[in-house]
Every structure is written in structure tokens, then in C-alpha cells.
Write a protein that binds this ligand. Sequence first.
Ligand SMILES: [Mg+2]
Length: 336
Amino acid sequence: MLRASPDRLCEIYDLAMLDLDGVVYVGGRAVPGAPDHLESARKLGMRLAFVTNNASRTPETVAAHLVDLGIAAEPGDVVTSAQAAARLVARRIPARSRVVALGAEGLVAALQSEGLVVVGVEDEAQALVSGYGPDLRWSDLMRAAVRVRDGLWWVASNTDLSIPTAYGTAPGHGVLVDMLARFSGVTPEVAGKPARPLLDETVRRVGGTRPLMIGDRLDTDIEGARIAEVDSLLVLTGVTGLTELVAARVAERPTFIACDLRGLLEPHPSVTESGGATRCGGWSVSTSGGTLEVEGYGDAGDWWRAVAVASWRHLDEHGDVVDVTGLETPADAPAR
Ligand SMILES: [Mg+2]
């Protein structure tokens, strides 16, 4: 259920589509080791694309942030859900069409660079595009909601219900989408992960023929990769922990798992199942009685691989999630 790779992933995939928060940085800081791992992958021939569902920042702003964190990045290496939404709209209506932007600077810039004319919420328009915008006015939202209800074509940058902030997890653009949809009875077209347009737009802009999606979230990054028919690497430096991993639905299961971005630079061992035990490296996992038990020693990544495959097998066969109460994960997971 996980794929083995005798070759390093950076040698078999030529484009790394990297989610940002929880993969490259967490909050304001680079994930430990991430700048070096990315530089090594790039030296070994992998193109790097930084892919974000956040529609409020421009690629220039995101690239400058990455450079501040010690990661070489140009604006052309960054692809945002705002760009994917703008592209989606521009392909369907004539050039110079008027579009309402309900969001922030990054959304306006993306629409303009696709040759669309951004107008106010009161103005005649052929589409309305919404994205995360911390300074949105309630009066504009009300006007937008009524126009969408009355038939204005609506595209949403993404549907993330939460967004990480300096003061903790806060409501994301998905909360606004929910509210607008509930009022108007209209479901928007969505550009960002897990919908397909953002990953398609990434391949189109950055290039490459064998892309690999790298993310920390099962329901956006990993499910999005499956929808776009792209292989995926789950890293454990973000929001996915043991509880989420063992409960992953089939659509949320990655191709590969690694503790962190070092996983791009390594072969991935096979996970084998025999005699009721699931083995990877020095670890052996069983799920008898619905409780997950791990024995052995060795590589932290192998621990996660064996645990994932054993618990998914249990979930598929019994329909319930294994009990992991009290199970200790490798203490120093990212390091070894
Ligand atoms: Mg993330």
C-alpha cells in the first residue's frame, strides 16, 4: 500500500511540488534541515515548485519569504491558488473580461496578469473570484453573496477551513466559502488543493514530466495528488500525526512517507506483510485485537511506514481504526 523505491525519489521524479506550511516552514521558521534538503534535491536535478492554497500573497512575496528562510526561490517557482483560479477563469471568458475579486493583493495581481480587468463588487462583471483576504468588508461580502445567488459565476481559490496564524489556527477561506454557499445555494468551482487546477497549473508553469506532490495534510495535499493522478510523499513535520495517519481513508493515503524532506534524498524500503505482522526495516507491527503493537528498532521513517500499512490494512478489513492509545512514536522522528 506504500510503494518501495530502490532509487532516491529525487532521481525518479523531476518536479517536487512542495506544500509550504508544515513542509518547508512551520509558522515563521524553516522546518529544521529543509533548506539543505531542498538544495540537495535541486543539485540532483529536481525542479522545485512551491505550491500554496493561500491566495492572499503574491508569488514575489512568497519567494522573498522563502529566501529569508534560506531557501533559494524565484517568483516563477511559486504557484498560488490565486493563479490557478485566475487561469481557470481566463480560459472560459474572453480576454479583458471584467471580474470581481473578493480577496487580497495576490488575487488581484493574479487576475490582472491573466489579462482580466478587476472591478468592484458593485460593478458589472462576468465572474466573481474569492480568496483569503483578512481585510474583506462585510458589506462587500453581502453584495457578493446576493450576486452569486442571482447567477454570477463564482470561483473560489480554495476551501481550507483553517489557516495558521501567529496567534494560532484561525478560520480560513473555506469558512467564507461555506457561508456564501449556504446563503446562495451555489457551490463554487474550486482551484486549490484538493481540486485539480492548482497542481495542473504548477506543472504548466514550472515544467517537468514526472511530478511528485509533497505535503503534510492528508485531505488537501495527498488527496489532491490522487485527484490529479500524481504520486505523493507525506512528511510528518506538519499537521499529520499518528492519529490522523492510522485513520486515513484510501483517497488520503500517500505513495511514500518520510519524517521530513530528507525523504526526497533517500531510497524507500518495501513494507512486507506475513504471518500477521507488517514489517519495514527493523520494525514489526501487529494489530491483533484492534490494538497496534510495535516491536523492533531502527529508522524512524520505517517505523511510520510499517505502522501506516498495518493500520490501513486493519481499517480496510475491519472497518474500524486501530487503537494507538499510549503508543510512543519515535521520539526524535525527524533526526536519527
Ligand atoms: Mg501544509
